[in-house]
Design a protein around this ligand. Structure first.
Ligand SMILES: [Zn+2]
Length: 189
């Protein structure tokens, strides 16, 4: 029997009887939903979001992407109104390169260790000679993004360009990383 097909597995008389019924309940599928908004264009964003969105796009001009030709920019809006940028930095030894999201976050923390809270983040991507397209953070970046949100104890809304050309707005970086590994999962030292 497939582990994914549960339809009809649980008799109605079992579900309607009082708990516990661990044998059956353990096999009930559960879902983790990701909440986000989808906006048609940047004009639907607030002025601060628009500035962050544009900063991420502008940053792609400074990507170092001679191998992939995929220019990525990331922008962090701080509570004091300043915007910090990151770009992907590739390397001839491919795994030594780093994504724009992480150069932005690491660069901010390294250069401004007492920075104001991050209140928005945006990512943009385009090929060397093409238009802007979708830009979804890789798994490693999502893990790092989550850490910075946990670290500052304040959610960071995120703007991402979708494959459909719309803008996806997430209210928290954690939304992109369900069942994540966070500092809370480490034993107390
Ligand atoms: Zn990444």
């Amino acid at each position: 029997m497939s582990n994914l097909n549960y339809s009809g597995l649980i008799p109605h008389h079992v579900l309607s009887s009082p708990p516990p019924y661990p044998h059956y309940m353990a096999r009930i599928p559960r879902q983790q939903l990701i909440a986000y908004e989808e906006l048609d264009s940047a004009t639907d964003l607030s002025a601060a979001e628009q500035a962050t969105w544009q900063a991420a796009r502008d940053a792609t001009a400074h990507a170092y992407a001679p191998y992939s030709g995929f220019h990525v920019g990331a922008a962090l809006l701080l509570a004091d109104g300043t915007i910090f940028r990151g770009t992907n930095q590739e390397n001839a030894a491919y795994p030594s390169g780093l994504c724009a999201e992480r150069t932005a976050l690491f660069g901010l923390a390294a250069n401004q260790p007492h920075h104001a809270p991050i209140v928005a983040m945006a990512v943009a991507a385009r090929p060397s000679d093409g238009d802007f397209g979708p830009a979804f953070p890789c798994g490693a970046c999502r893990q790092v993004m989550l850490e910075y949100e946990v670290r500052q104890g304040q959610v960071i809304p995120l703007l991402l360009p979708s494959r459909a050309g719309t803008i996806l707005r997430f209210s928290s970086l954690a939304a992109l990383m369900p069942f994540n590994f966070s500092p809370d999962d480490l034993p107390a030292s």
